[in-house]
Design a protein around this ligand. Structure first.
Ligand code: ACO
Length: 331
C-alpha cells in the first residue's frame, strides 16, 4: 500500500496590495520592505470572504487534477490559524461547501506556518491506518489580512492571504514508497509568546478592552522569530535527509516556508542548496502561513518543473513555535 499526491491546487484572492500601497498606510518604504523581506506584493481577500472560500477554490483545483469528486473524500484536514470560527472547524464548513459526504472525517490542525507539513503527515498516517479510507484532502488556508494590525508597520507588511490543497490517494496495490518518505516535526512551546494573537482565547477572552488594546491582532518579536526559524528549519531538513542517506545535491527542489527571503537564504546557505534548487515566491505573495509551501509546490507542478523520481524537501517554521521538514519523492 502506498500514498501519493494525486492532485494539487492553490488560490489567492485577486486584490493585490503593493509595497507602494503600504507606504500610504504606514511609515514604511518599498526599499525597506524589499531589502528586509524580499516581499513586493501580497494578495488580500475582500472583508466578506472567509478562509473557507479560499480553501474551497484551492480544493476544487486539486480535486480536478486528481480527477475525483467530493463524494469520494474520506478525510478533510485544514491547517489554519485564521479559520472561519473558533468552532466549528473550517474543515466542516469546507465539507459542506464541497458537498462531501457525512462519512468524511473533518478536522482543523493548528501548527501555524508549519500546518501543511504537520497535516500532510497526519493525513498520510490516517489513510494508511484506516482500512476503507482512500482519499484525503489536505488544505492550508489563511486569511491573515483579518488578524493583522494595519497600523503596525512591523507586522502588516509581512503577510498575505491564500490557500493550497493536496489530494492524497492510497493505492492498496502499490508496493512502492509513499510520496512522503519522511517528516521531521518539532515544537518549542517555551517560545510561544514570541508570535501570537493574545486575546480571544481562554487566557484573555475578547472584550472591549482587548479590542481597544489591539490584542486581537498578530504580535511578533521579528528578530527572535528570525533566529529560531533559521536554526530549526536547517536542522529539521538535515535530519530528514539523514534518514534516507541523501545529500542536498540530490534534491531537485528545496521549498522553504515563504516568510522572508533573508530567512530562506540563511536556511539554504546552511544546507548548501544552490539557487536553482530553491523555490521562492515570497516576492509575489508575502507570508501566507499554512498555505505558503503548497502554493510553491502547485506552481512547480503546474509549471512542469518536476518529474517522477525527483526528491523535494519542504521545510517550515511558525508560531507555537513549531517546525518541520518533509522529504518527498515525486510519483
Ligand atoms: N518599515 C520601515 N521600518 C520598519 C518596518 C517597516 N515596515 N518595520 C520595522 N521597522 C524598523 C523598526 O522599527 C526598527 O527601527 P529602529 O531601529 O529605529 O528601532 C528597524 O526597522 C529595524 O527593525 P528590526 O525588527 O531589527 O528589523 P529586522 O532586520 O529584524 O527585520 C523583520 C524585521 C523583517 C520582521 C525580520 O525580523 C523578520 O523577517 N523576522 C521574521 C518574521 C517572520 O518571518 N515571521 C513569521 C514567521 S512565522 C510565521 O510565518 C507565522
Amino acid at each position: 500500500m502506498a500514498v501519493k499526491i494525486a492532485g494539487i491546487g492553490s488560490y489567492v484572492p485577486e486584490k493585490i496590495l503593493t509595497n507602494f500601497d503600504l507606504e500610504k498606510m504606514v511609515d514604511t518604504s518599498d526599499e525597506w520592505i524589499t531589502s528586509r523581506t524580499g516581499i513586493r506584493v501580497r494578495h488580500i481577500s475582500e472583508p466578506e470572504v472567509p478562509t473557507s472560500d479560499l480553501a474551497l477554490n484551492a480544493a476544487k483545483r486539486a480535486m480536478e487534477m486528481a480527477g475525483i469528486t467530493a463524494e469520494q473524500l474520506d478525510i478533510i484536514s485544514v491547517a489554519t490559524i485564521t479559520g472561519d470560527y473558533h468552532f466549528p472547524s473550517t474543515a466542516c464548513v469546507l465539507q459542506d461547501k464541497l458537498g462531501a459526504t457525512s462519512n468524511c472525517a473533518c478536522y482543523d490542525l493548528q501548527a501555524a506556518c508549519s500546518g501543511l507539513i504537520y497535516s500532510n503527515d497526519v493525513a498520510t498516517a490516517m489513510l494508511k491506518h484506516r482500512k476503507h479510507a482512500k482519499y484525503a484532502l489536505v488544505v492550508g488556508a489563511e486569511k491573515l489580512s483579518g488578524v493583522v494590525d494595519w497600523t503596525d508597520r512591523s507586522t502588516c507588511v509581512l503577510f498575505g492571504d491564500g490557500a493550497s490543497a493536496l489530494v492524497l490517494v492510497k493505492d492498496d496495490d502499490d508496493q512502492g514508497d509513499d510520496t512522503l518518505l519522511t517528516t521531521v516535526l518539532g515544537a518549542k512551546g517555551g517560545n510561544a509568546q514570541i508570535l501570537k494573537i493574545p486575546a480571544g482565547g481562554s487566557v484573555l477572552p475578547a472584550s472591549h478592552e482587548t479590542i481597544d488594546n489591539k490584542q486581537h491582532f498578530i504580535q511578533m518579536g521579528g528578530p527572535e522569530v528570525f533566529k529560531l526559524a533559521v536554526t530549526a528549519m536547517a536542522s529539521a531538513s538535515k535530519a530528514a535527509l539523514a534518514e534516507f542517506n541523501l545529500t542536498v545535491d540530490q534534491l531537485r527542489w528545496v521549498i522553504p516556508h515563504q516568510a522572508n527571503k533573508r530567512i530562506i537564504d540563511a536556511v539554504c546557505s546552511r544546507l548548501g542548496a544552490t539557487e536553482e534548487q530553491v523555490y521562492v515566491n515570497v516576492d509575489r505573495y508575502g507570508n501566507t502561513s499554512a498555505a505558503s509551501i503548497g502554493i510553491c509546490l502547485d506552481e512547480i507542478v503546474r509549471g512542469g518543473m518536476i518529474k517522477p523520481g525527483d526528491y523535494v524537501l519542504l521545510t517550515s517554521f511558525g508560531a507555537g513555535m513549531t517546525w518541520g521538514a518533509a522529504l518527498l519523492r515525486w510519483k
